[in-house]
Design a protein around this ligand. Structure first.
Ligand code: NAD
Length: 495
């Protein structure tokens, strides 16, 4: 059985905790590796190594840091398929989707390569007679990145690319379900010339997370995961005096107005609802059909479902892979029965799909006539289940979204620019798509939801990421005017 150990100070370090976690192949249901689960002593070791490495990296010139980032960008880009294969084998998503994940990570790395521009300070000359002010941003120290299972390469890249470019030392605590992708990233970082101790991988569970949250030498926590844990991480981390950005779960709505291109909207609902088996924080979960859009849309989505090939993510031509664990698959399937019992119409039942016998598979599911009081609407399902809710007006659709506790992403499908503009202005959600089902911002903008989808005030990556991983210093300077100085400067005055 393969063992996955920590990566500390540029070395692979086996754990001494005596605890390990099972890493499954979700396509077969078999354990394929065991990952170390850190003890508090190992958290302390990781933080000590990062703390020791930090000052030299902080003081490295922008040119040196830029060179390392560019070297890493070259390695990462050239080996994207190697990383995608690792993602697919542990997370389960289809290989083409895993390549897409790696490409999004690459965008974040490329943004970080522009660190010399991002870290340029500001200058105000002559704010008072002979007085200038300038402000600079400095790295904050040792930072922890705690990441979820669903994007084992991209979400770490949202964090480490900016954190490292800004001059910090990072400890990544990846999901224990698919921990191998960041090990490869750490290895490539060393190959790119990153000094030892600047990118560390500490595997673990709650013990490791709690250790990082309480450690006085960890200056900041970036977290992405489910809402209850995000809230916990935010509360404990900020109480311990750290800056925290904690992104939580989601329930993303896609509104379809009667004037929308229904074929386009159906394609979007299928790819955004069932892509990555619905295990995306920006997946569409609730389709809100306004007026007469409902019947046509449900028919168009149902018509597409039999064409979605479900199977192992590594197999060619497969469009949807398994879920992450058997337990999660059973939980998702439970919502289908629950919705039927509550009075909804199960149009396509993924439990009855033609699925591989082994592995954690569930077919794409479409549920119509869902109402806002049903569990399949209230909870984040995080699986291949689309719920359709019917409303009569645009205003009802917006009110439904705004009443929902989550506010990660949302989309509207319409040909009406005025309606789209109203939607963008009135909806209380962090990321909005207009005829775009998964509006993940490009790397030069920042990613983050509202309400229970984000705790803290800083979004991830882009300009807000730079702000999160640096702190400001303002310097006020006055020099004596040479014209009035009593000191002999060795050159004629007033000339
Ligand atoms: P999770 O909350 O179970 O785990 C996330 C991280 O927290 C992991 O590293 C895990 O080891 C750690 N963790 C788990 N339980 C903990 C506990 N009790 N105490 C301390 N740490 C703990 O999330 P997941 O199942 O890995 O990922 C899926 C969730 O992540 C979904 O809710 C999804 O919406 C969310 N997500 C959100 C975004 C976003 O950008 N908002 C992006 C990706 C995923």
């Amino acid at each position: 059985m393969r063992s996955i150990h920590h990566y500390l100070d540029g070395q692979i370090v086996p754990s001494t905790s005596g605890r390990t976690g099972d890493v499954y192949d979700p396509a077969t249901g078999l354990v394929q590796a065991r990952v170390d689960l850190a003890s508090i002593g190992e958290v302390e070791l990781a933080v000590a190594k990062a703390k020791q490495a930090f000052p030299a990296w902080r003081d490295a010139s922008l040119a040196q840091r830029t060179q390392v980032m560019f070297n890493f960008r070259e390695i990462f880009s050239a080996r994207r398929e190697e990383l995608a294969a690792i993602v697919s084998s542990e997370q389960g998503k289809v290989f083409s989707d895993a390549v897409g994940e790696v490409m999004r990570a690459l965008e974040n790395i490329e943004f970080a390569c522009g660190l010399a521009t991002h870290l340029r300070g500001e200058f105000s000359p002559q704010v008072s007679g002979g007085v200038d002010v300038h402000s600079i941003r400095e790295p904050i120290g040792v930072v922890a990145n705690i990441t979820p299972f669903n994007f084992p390469a991209m979400v770490p890249a949202w964090m480490f690319s900016t954190a490292i470019a800004c001059g910090n030392a990072v400890i990544c605590k990846p999901s224990e379900r698919d921990p191998s992708a960041v090990m490869k990233i750490a290895e490539w970082m060393s190959e790119a010339g990153l000094p030892n101790g600047i990118y560390n991988v500490l595997h673990g569970d709650k013990v490791a997370v709690d250790g990082l949250l309480h450690h006085p030498d960890v200056a900041a926590i970036s977290f992405v995961g489910s809402t209850p844990i995000a809230k916990y991480v935010y509360e404990i981390g900020t109480a311990a005096g750290k800056r925290v950005q904690a992104l939580g779960g989601a329930k993303n709505h896609m509104v379809v107005l009667p004037d929308a291109d229904i074929e386009m909207a159906a394609d979007a609902a299928v790819s955004a609802g069932y892509g990555a088996a619905g295990e995306r924080c920006m997946a569409i979960s609730a389709v809100v059909a306004v007026g007469e859009a409902g019947d046509q849309l449900v028919e168009a989505v149902a018509h597409r479902i039999p064409g979605i090939k479900v199977g192992p993510g590594t197999a060619p031509d497969v469009e949807m892979g398994p879920l992450i664990t058997g337990e999660h698959r059973d939980r998702v399937a439970g919502y289908i029965g629950g919705a039927a019992a509550a009075g909804a119409t199960v149009v396509v039942d993924g439990r009855e799909a033609d699925l591989p016998l082994e592995g954690f598979f569930l077919g794409p599911t479409l549920i119509d006539q869902v109402t806002p009081t049903m569990d399949c609407y209230l909870d984040e399902i995080f699986g291949p289940v689309l719920s359709v809710l019917r409303v009569d007006t645009f205003d009802e659709a917006v009110a439904m979204i705004n009443a929902n506790p989550f506010g990660n992403g949302t989309a509207i499908f319409t040909r009406d620019g005025g309606a789209a503009r109203r939607f963008q202005n009135e909806v209380e959600v962090g990321m909005i798509g207009i005829n775009v089902p998964i509006p993940v911002p490009v790397a030069s903008h920042s990613f983050g939801g509202w309400k229970s989808s984000l705790f803290g005030d800083t979004h991830m990556y882009g300009p807000e990421g730079i702000r999160f991983f640096t702190r400001a210093k303002a310097i006020t300077t006055r020099w004596p005017d040479p014209a009035t100085s009593a000191i002999d400067l060795g050159f004629p005055r007033n000339t």
